[in-house]
Write a protein that binds this ligand. Sequence first.
Ligand SMILES: Cc1cc2nc3c(=O)[nH]c(=O)nc-3n(C[C@H](O)[C@H](O)[C@H](O)COP(=O)(O)O)c2cc1C
Length: 185
Amino acid sequence: MEKIGIYFGTDTGRTRRIAKLIAQKLGDRTDAPLNINRVTLDDFLAHDVLILGAPTYGDGELPGLATGLAQESWAEFLPRLEGLDMRHQTVALFGLGEQEKYGHEFVDALILLYDAVVACGARVIGAWPTDGYAFTASQAVIDGRFVGLALDQIGQPALTEARIDAWLRQLAGELQTLEEHDVRA
Ligand SMILES: Cc1cc2nc3c(=O)[nH]c(=O)nc-3n(C[C@H](O)[C@H](O)[C@H](O)COP(=O)(O)O)c2cc1C
């Protein structure tokens, strides 16, 4: 089976650590996670399954030069996807944020990743329930679920590992259903 690509953006390193933890749990099904500022479009499009992670910065925005990072990140990479064909790709998203301080725009960057890959025809899996979180608003919630796994390493770090384990089980189930469906189709 082809390897899952894990790509992340980060400023202070938390999203990198989560990406590494996810990779560790997936074992040989994935290569080492890469910072999105080191990824070519060819690499990005080469994987059938992608796991993409981003913290939210600025005013509910993607990390990047405009939100104060010293290096390029998702804000610079996503526009390069415009017009590309991702219909062969399945994408799962995870986002880091902070509910107590930014509860009015919690993990908003997730929706920007979601919109960008959906516009290219990718299939997004891994929607995650909002139970157990305390926030007032998030653009990343569609039909009562986050469009990907939401993590708060400042307010709820003790919940993270169990959330990742449950999410990875969910992804495995969703991928298997898609495979069975593709075989039948
Ligand atoms: C200036 C600034 C703005 C932020 N804005 C948001 C926000 O709008 N929504 C949110 O959920 N978290 C926000 N956060 C919290 C970060 O997303 C959180 O600290 C995250 O864990 C950082 O990840 P990183 O270590 O990978 O850079 C903000 C943090 C900072 C410092």
